[in-house]
Design a protein around this ligand. Structure first.
Ligand SMILES: [Zn+2]
Length: 372
């Protein structure tokens, strides 16, 4: 990058950060960032300078760790505080040399010597200059409003399509309060694109969000849709299509974690239909990892306090749910949490347990019998 892209980072970051020590992250000021009173950021070859305030706002709205995770970066270990090590996404890395201070939203790589903030990361990751990096970040941030509109649209569709309501009933989802709480919608297919275009969203924006296929069709067709953090999960109601679909990007954090985290005992399930029936049965201390493998973000959430976690994964015949539960129980135990594995009857998941007549009292018995 030799001096071509002065930006949020020091242009000569390789040299400037030679000998840079881990401990430096503890100091109040990061050497990659300009001192207070510096002139506003400006890109070489661009007459336009961007105000410090605009940049600070952008950085505030896009925490570095969120952005890294959206780019499939996963920490391999936690250092003290809110600092993480992992493989460097900026150079071929075999032993974790990429340090992230999530609190300060800064990174530094001991391998390639790059370091800086989220803007600097986007510059290097996409090999673009400062103005393009800002544009990319703004675009990324713009996903949220599109998903909000899509969610609203799908929610209206749910009540217009009898097949969707019938499917929910078949899966045991009946209470209007539940549909409201989970903001469940339905994607009939063939109509989202027109709606969003009418609202002024461009075709490339819809493509980028993954809501539209390359051929221009709605990506979700005949799917029950659950909004997640920065994504939409679509469950096909037709047996001929792949059952589960997500938009590109991360599945986000634990489902409804803000509700669940205040309970000293939390029930963790792998599917949103599992979550739904438990919530409906009065278990509001439930959360969902959307799959039986937790991403690093979800794992950190689960460990953000002292609690007992009831791992209620599927009792699949191949044992994959129980193996995942066992692994996770060990990992949670290492973090000082009390993890218990709930054993459902063979071949069942929490959803089928309730759909086939199980009730809250019976489920409570399973919780009491849960193994450490
Ligand atoms: Zn590196």
């Amino acid at each position: 990058m030799g001096g071509t892209a002065p930006s949020s980072g020091n242009p000569a970051d390789g040299k400037a950060l030679a000998g840079y020590q881990l401990e430096r992250f503890d100091s109040a000021h990061h050497p990659c960032l300009g001192l207070d009173g510096d002139p506003p950021y400006s890109a070489v070859g661009s007459e336009k300078s961007v105000s410090r305030q605009t940049i600070d706002e952008l950085k505030q709205q896009i925490p570095l760790l969120d952005y890294l995770q959206a780019h499939h970066w996963r920490p391999t270990r936690q250092l003290s505080g809110n600092r993480w090590m992992g493989l460097c996404p900026l150079h071929p890395d075999h032993k974790p040399s990429f340090l992230v201070d999530a609190g300060k939203s800064l990174f530094y790589c001991y391998g390639c010597g790059h370091g800086g903030d989220v803007i600097r990361f986007a510059e290097i990751f996409y090999q673009v200059r400062f103005p393009q990096a800002l544009a990319l970040l703004n675009q990324w941030r713009g996903l949220e409003p599109i998903l909000h509109e899509a969610t609203g649209f799908y929610r209206i569709q749910l009540h217009r399509h009898a097949e969707a309501v019938a499917y929910l009933q078949q899966r045991g989802l009946r209470m209007p309060e539940l549909i409201e709480h989970m903001r469940i919608g339905y994607a009939p297919g063939g109509c989202l694109r027109g709606w969003l275009r009418q609202l002024g969203y461009s075709f490339p924006a819809l493509r980028q969000a993954g809501l539209i296929t390359a051929a221009g069709y709605d990506a979700y067709v005949h799917r029950i849709v659950f909004p997640l953090e920065g994504n939409l999960y679509g469950r096909s109601i037709s047996a001929s299509a792949p059952p589960h679909r997500f938009l590109p990007g991360t599945k986000g954090g634990l489902y409804a974690w803000e509700h669940a985290r205040c309970y000293p005992e939390v029930i963790l399930v792998e599917g949103l239909f599992d979550y739904a029936v438990l919530w409906q049965a009065g278990f509001h201390n439930v959360t969902c990892s959307v799959g039986n493998h937790l991403n690093a973000y979800q794992f950190r959430q689960l460990c953000d306090g002292t609690r007992t976690v009831y791992l209620t994964f599927d009792a699949d015949s191949n044992g994959s749910g129980q193996q995942a539960a066992q692994r996770l129980a060990c990992q949670l135990g290492e973090q000082g949490l009390n993890a218990r594995r709930v054993l459902l009857p063979e071949g069942q998941d929490p959803n089928s347990f309730f759909v086939q007549g199980g009730d809250a009292r019976q489920f409570r018995c399973l919780l009491e019998e849960a193994r450490q």
